[in-house]
Ligand binder design. Sequence first.
Ligand SMILES: [Zn+2]
Length: 264
Amino acid sequence: MSELTPDQERRYNRQLIMPEIGQEGQVRLRASSVLVVGTGGLGSPVLFYLAGAGVGRLGILDDDQVDLSNLQRQILHRTDGLGMDKVESARQALQRLNPDVALDLHKCRLTEENASSLIAPYDVVVGAVDNLATRYVLNAACVMMRKPLVEAGVSGFSGMATTIIPTKTPCYHCLFPRPEAGLQEPRYKGIIGALAGLMGTIEALETIKLLLGQGELLTGRLLFVDSLSMGFREIDVERNPECPICKDENGTTRSPSRASPNDH
Ligand SMILES: [Zn+2]
């Protein structure tokens, strides 16, 4: 792989001097691609930090336009961008930050029909969505395509995060089985912007570790954050051998273990 340019050496200096990254890691990041599903409160910091770190290609997926009520937490977007497509608003912000990063704009909603083809070209997928239905669609597609999925969710002052390596770690459905009889979206409790920033930043860190092959991932672990008490707790989780989404064809022997979001 080619060396870094002098500008890249300078831009990434603070991470190039880290033993966990260095030239080799930086070249690896440059050769990597990540799809970020959603450019809201979670997706904004994910995209900013991945672009800042020099991830070579970022896919930006959102079908929405910038609304005044977004700006309290969705830090990619600006007041002068009201009404603009969020993917375009994100493109402008990220290009200003780091013109080296290639950006793919996907102005659409993730559906069962398009999910596989959308995630296929990317190394890692980040879930930064605000509804349960899309979370299940994304999880199923990532399991089918064997794509690592970094997940997080936020509600009020509380957040959750986990990292999913399909067939090796519990998938989202193992942890939160989708109810048979329809899907009831939880009552919207509002959200404090700084918490979305914190959980999105955790997702960005998980993604960078995944791409570099460094550190311990949040795999088989669910991290819960209660920002009112500033309590960070985690629980160990296991795959559900009967999970209809990620069950091995030849069967697994591990015992089922399920977590509820209320376990903390
Ligand atoms: Zn599963």
